[in-house]
Write a protein that binds this ligand. Sequence first.
Ligand code: 5CA
Length: 137
Amino acid sequence: MTVIEFTESTRTAQEAAARVGVEVGQIVKSLIFRAVHSGRPILVLTSGANRVNEQRLASYVGEPVERADAEFVRAVSGFAIGGVAPLGHPQPMETYLDQDLLRYEQIWAAAGTPNAMFALTPAQLQEITGARVVEIQ
Ligand code: 5CA
């Protein structure tokens, strides 16, 4: 897999889609949530076109979830918001993959900085992360 570094920002899914020249739905957002009772991190890999339904996510996790703050994101992923990659974290996280990403042949994810991206297939992303494929919206 090849990492492409852009001169302009790929901090948001919209910017990433514009830089790469694909639909926003093909951009993988690597979002970190925190399970409220246990405090454990949850990684959600969602299509750039979708919003995470937190109630639905909570039903998979088995407890309420909340969006992680920037400090928590960095602590558990090693990356700053805007560049969180779906892999390469200090510890593996419980991971959910948006089923809507499976409709694309190729998808693009952040490569650890707010201006670097790499392409892969949804099957590769699922295999690398061990994610459970779910409805996320
Ligand atoms: N590089 C792009 C495309 S892969 C990227 O990382 N997109 S992202 O969607 O995965 O990361 C940006 C997301 O971080 C935003 O959608 C937003 O939900 C979240 N975010 C931005 N600011 C904050 C913040 N202060 N606290 C928690 N989450 C934030």
